[in-house]
Structure formats: C-alpha cells, structure tokens
Design a protein around this ligand. Structure first.
Ligand SMILES: C[S@@+](CC[C@H](N)C(=O)[O-])C[C@H]1O[C@@H](n2cnc3c(N)ncnc32)[C@H](O)[C@@H]1O
Length: 269
C-alpha cells in the first residue's frame, strides 16, 4: 500500500456513527486527498471541467476500498449504476492501472439525458399534480441532453485510458434486457447512484444487492439523510430511506463518509 493511502481496516475499526465520528472521518478524507497527487489530479480535473459532483473525500475512500478488495479477493468485479459523465469509472480505471489491481469495471447507464420540461406552465402543472415528477425535481433527478458517450470517452482519453475497456451495459437498470444481461455478475463492489426516486433506489437495491458476494461491499450515494453530523451534505431522504432494505438483505453499514454509505455483505445471512 502506498504510504499516503488511507487504510481501510483502520478506517472501519475506528469509525463511529456519531456526529463527531462522521464529521471527523469526512474531514480526515477530505484532507487525505491533498497528500495523494494522483487522486488530486483526477479530482481537480473533474471539478474544473464540470464532470460531476461529489466530495474530495470520496476519492481516498474509493482507493481504500479498491486496495482492500484487492487484498481480500485479488481479482474482482465492480459495478456502477448511474455513470453521468464518468468521474467514478474513470477514477476506478485510473486506480486499477496505477496500483496494478486486476479489477473488471462494469457500468450501467443510458448515456443520455433525462431533461425536465422547459415549458413553464407544464412544469408548474406537473409539479403540483404529479408526485413522481415533483419527487424527481426535489431529488435533482433530471439531466440535460448531451453527448454523454463522447464526454466520458474524452475524460478517459485525457488520462490515456480507453472507455471501451469498461464493460458497459447501456440502458436503465430496470430495463429487462439489462437485468438479464447482468444477472450472472458476481460483484465485489457495487456503487448505486442512478435513479434517485424512492422506487428507483429500492429497485436497484432489490435487483443488484443480491449480486454482491459475501464479504463484498455496496456503496450508496446520496444516502446520508439520517446520519448525525454537520460538516457534510446529507443527500436525499428518498435514497436514504431505501437503504433500510439493506440489513434484511444481509448488509451491515460499517462506514459512512459524507453522504456515501458503505455496506458490507455478511458472510452468512
Ligand atoms: C447522480 S448521476 C450519477 C453521477 C455519477 N455516479 C458520478 O459520480 O458522477 C445519475 C446518473 O444515473 C443515470 N440514471 C438515471 N436512472 C438510471 C437507471 N435506472 N439506471 C442507470 N442509470 C440511471 C442518469 O442518467 C445519470 O447519469
């Protein structure tokens, strides 16, 4: 492990889900990126080019998780649901190359926009009369129409990588053909950051959490609404509520960094 990298076991064994505990780990990982030139270079490129949101702290978290997955499983599979402009899969690819980690990276995303109506009257009507539309507005669940494939490809090129190396399932995680194409994946790391409605987040958990192998991890983005702490944005109540499904599926919440919640699949149900 590189000397500057945050150690997963240390993080988990010292973690406390209290306001001081959550604030401490968030600040610690936000500072950790400053010691790590590769993480910092990638994160700053994402920010300067408006290629995604998130927090500095998430980069060291991903590195710690990937190094630990490599230590436990040697070769492993990772899946992101909801790629947007590619910041996470490009970081995973960069880390796998840099640390020579044989990780197979999968992604499910439509690589298309889901724009909200630009008609003001229709918008007002839908907002007041159609709860699913209102929920998507509240959760920031609309995306402009852009050429996402090109944007992600250019991001990969910038770091001398090839987007074609990612195993891409192009579509929505609830599409029947995507569900059948991914059915036999054995995942060691699953990152859910797609549909932010309550129903959508529940569907992703129900459909994909069972693909995580015992000892593997499921990371939920935007899911910290119920967490104590004051130094970080907590995400969406809808996604946070969907996480209450996870203990019943054999997952334990072992760590939270800002609104990224890390669940570990127990070896035995
Ligand atoms: C919050 S953004 C993801 C951000 C990305 N994970 C990152 O860190 O930059 C959500 C993305 O999920 C996509 N999306 C929405 N519903 C989806 C679904 N059911 N399956 C896969 N992707 C979905 C959207 O098109 C959007 O690109």
């Amino acid at each position: 492990m590189p000397p500057y990298a945050i150690d997963y076991s240390h993080l988990v064994s010292h973690y406390q889900n209290t306001a001081p505990g959550n604030d401490h780990i968030f600040i610690l990982l936000n500072q950790a990126i400053q010691q790590d030139p590769l993480l910092l270079k990638h994160r700053r490129f994402i920010q300067e080019n408006h290629l995604g949101f998130g927090e500095d702290a998430f980069h060291p978290l991903w590195q710690a998780l990937m190094l630990e997955a490599h230590r436990r499983f040697q070769e492993f599979n990772m899946l992101e649901i909801g790629v947007f402009k590619g910041q996470i899969i490009s970081l995973w690819k960069l880390l796998s190359q840099h640390h020579r980690i044989p990780a197979r990276i999968h992604a499910i995303s439509p690589l298309e926009g889901q724009p909200q109506t630009n008609h003001p009257l229709l918008h007002r009507l839908l907002y007041h009369l159609w709860p699913p539309y209102r929920e998507r507005i509240i959760n920031g669940d609309f995306y402009q129409t852009e050429n996402y494939h090109e944007i992600v490809s250019k991001l990969f090129q910038h770091f001398q990588m090839d987007f074609a190396d990612i195993s891409l399932f192009r579509g929505y995680s609830t599409d029947p053909d995507i569900l059948s194409a991914t059915r036999n994946l054995k995942l060691h790391i699953l990152y859910i950051d797609g549909d932010h409605t309550y129903r959508g987040a529940c569907a992703d958990i129900e459909n994909f959490a069972p693909l995580v192998v015992p000892g593997g991890w499921l990371i939920m983005d935007d899911a910290g609404a119920d967490l104590p702490g004051t130094t970080f944005w907590k995400g969406h109540p809808s996604v946070s509520r969907a996480c209450t499904l996870l203990p019943g599926l054999g997952f334990e919440n072992i760590l939270n960094v800002g609104h990224n919640r890390v669940f570990h699949r127990r070896s035995h149900l």
